[in-house]
Design a protein around this ligand. Structure first.
Ligand code: IFG
Length: 510
């Protein structure tokens, strides 16, 4: 009898122990969301995702529903069915376009998690996509086989501070293949960023096929910093990247830098050079030594062909014309050049973005100035009515070293540890540039010293989620001491995603 009693006690204790370790989340407000949502309330129950859970979508949300099913499959191994419906189901997951009858704007959403039904309500697919990123953060990145997938119930109402939240990848100094760019896109999508700026040309490389000027990639795409083999995207590959980004609510902005940073083009076509001689290919890391020949007509035919072909491949509204560090282009030549090139971009139905130097020219309507280093240039742009993308090198340049011990990166703008990259407000950083002038934020990764995806991951994580939160969450909701605790919980998510991140000593990693 005594043995039997001992067995019962032992079994009960064991059961209690198991239930404690697979703790069921019941307080939604305890989830370490990044970016921080506008409001989270908990209702103290749980929703369980099972193989039988159905994702219901309205017709316009079939692709979004499919994305959710694919992401859940990666986490759980479950293959959930996606069904179209025009009315709310009693249970499962329901993606609903509320046709603008709420105040969430273009990208906001309401995420309601009840015991039997999860409802995502937004004004358009972008909002539903953002809600999905939030929902995914209530789950582990990889569930243990057989582990019940329980989500704490509650309601999240959320919408972004800025419409433009992005990062840049310099594929010119070092070339990165399509799969690396897609992985970079996944990083941005995970944190609700919606812009990828691709720096497609520079002194060291031309990375996009232009059918009317084939030597740009044949010659200009044949090398890179350090004399590696370089590379380029065919137009088909570029379109594949654009489609992959679009499916993740990310707009691609292609940059063709001009009139400076053009040695790859000048090495490809002798006629683009003022002296009619092709320059040598360049594999160093100096800047400011090249310029297109601004007083030759063929230069503008070249730019018109390039912009035309790129505009046809780019569904987004922007073409970035660079304009930075044209140290060997006299200002008297630079200004008419930028004035003329802007008109070419507009003639192909696109809006102009340029680094802050372009504000020395007469900006066309709807031009946007990307602030990186010069306040005078940028406030000139604001005076002309231009919007500003905030990319202050000292705060947001992802190629800056974390500190003097960092293996990769530069430090001409200073060191950017995780707290430096997080603790600033775009709307108050620069006198003369305030919130109404700002389109949003972008964190550029220049690749002079970055050669592969592992090195990209080291420079981008853990700083990227901080820029995503600056772009999404209100400044009064942001505080480094609280943010670092949430970021610490994302360390295991980075690890589970195979991200080779820098384990900053400033973050109490879990
Ligand atoms: N400045 C140059 C980049 C790159 C960068 C490296 C801009 C706009 C320094 N221009 O940043 O090409 O070399 O940190």
């Amino acid at each position: 009898m005594k043995t039997k009693l001992n067995l019962v006690v032992l079994f009960t204790l064991l059961l209690f122990q198991i239930s404690c370790t697979t703790k069921t989340p019941t307080d939604l407000t305890k989830t370490s969301f990044i970016p921080k949502p506008v409001s989270v309330t908990a209702t103290g129950n749980t929703f369980e995702i099972k193989g039988s859970t159905i994702i219901y979508v309205q017709d316009k949300l079939k692709q979004t529903g499919g994305y959710l099913a694919a992401e859940l499959n990666k986490i759980t191994g479950l293959t959930l069915e996606v069904k179209t419906t025009d009315k709310a189901p009693a249970k499962g997951v329901y993606l609903d376009l509320s046709e603008g009858n709420n105040d969430f704007g273009d990208e906001g959403y309401k995420l309601t998690i009840d015991k039997r039904l999860i409802t995502i309500s937004a004004n358009n697919p972008a909002g539903c996509f953002n809600a999905i990123q939030t929902l995914l953060q209530t789950l582990p990145v990889k569930a243990d086989a057989g582990e019940p997938l329980k989500i704490a119930t509650g309601v999240i109402r959320d919408y972004p501070e800025y419409a433009f939240r992005g990062a840049m990848l310099d594929v010119a100094r070092h070339f990165f293949g399509v799969d690396d760019v897609k992985r970079y896109i996944d990083f941005l999508a995970t944190y609700k960023m919606n812009v990828l700026h691709l720096h497609l040309s520079d002194d060291q490389g031309w990375r996009i096929e232009i059918k009317s000027w084939p030597k740009l990639t044949e010659i200009g795409g044949s090398t890179q910093v350090g004399s590696g083999e370089g590379g380029f995207y065919t137009q088909g590959q570029y379109s594949d990247i654009v489609k992959y980004a679009q499916e993740r609510n990310i707009m691609i902005i292609p940059e063709i830098d001009m009139p400076g940073h053009t040695n790859a083009a000048l090495a490809s076509y002798a006629e683009l050079n003022c002296d009619g001689k092709a320059s040598e290919l360049y594999t160093g890391t100096e800047v400011g030594f090249s310029t297109l020949c601004t007083d030759k007509e063929i230069t503008y035919k070249f730019i018109d062909d390039v912009v035309r072909e790129l505009a046809e491949l780019t569904p987004g509204p922007y073409i970035h014309i660079g304009g930075d560090e044209s140290h060997v282009t006299a200002m008297k030549d630079y200004i008419p050049f930028i004035n003329r090139v802007q008109k070419i971009v507009v003639s192909h139905g696109k809006k102009v973005i340029g680094w802050d130097e372009i504000a020395n020219a007469t900006l066309v309507e709807n031009a946007t100035v990307q602030f990186w280093a010069n306040v005078k240039n940028t406030t000139l742009g604001v005076k002309q009515g231009a919007k500003v993308i905030m990319s202050p090198a000292a705060k947001a340049y992802l190629d800056m070293q974390y500190d003097s011990t960092s293996t990769f990166g530069l430090h001409w703008a200073g060191y950017i540890e995780v707290d430096t990259g997080y603790s600033w407000d775009p709307a108050t950083l620069v006198p003369g540039i305030s919130k109404e002038n700002i389109l949003g934020i972008e964190a550029p990764l220049w690749s002079e010293t970055v050669t592969n995806i592992d090195e990209i991951e080291y420079m981008v994580f853990p700083r990227l989620p901080g820029y995503a939160e600056i772009g999404w969450s209100a400044p009064e909701a942001r505080n480094w001491d609280k943010y670092k605790l949430r970021l610490a919980k994302h360390g295991k998510r980075f690890h589970a995603m195979g991200i080779d991140f820098y384990r900053s000593p400033l973050v109490p990693w879990e």
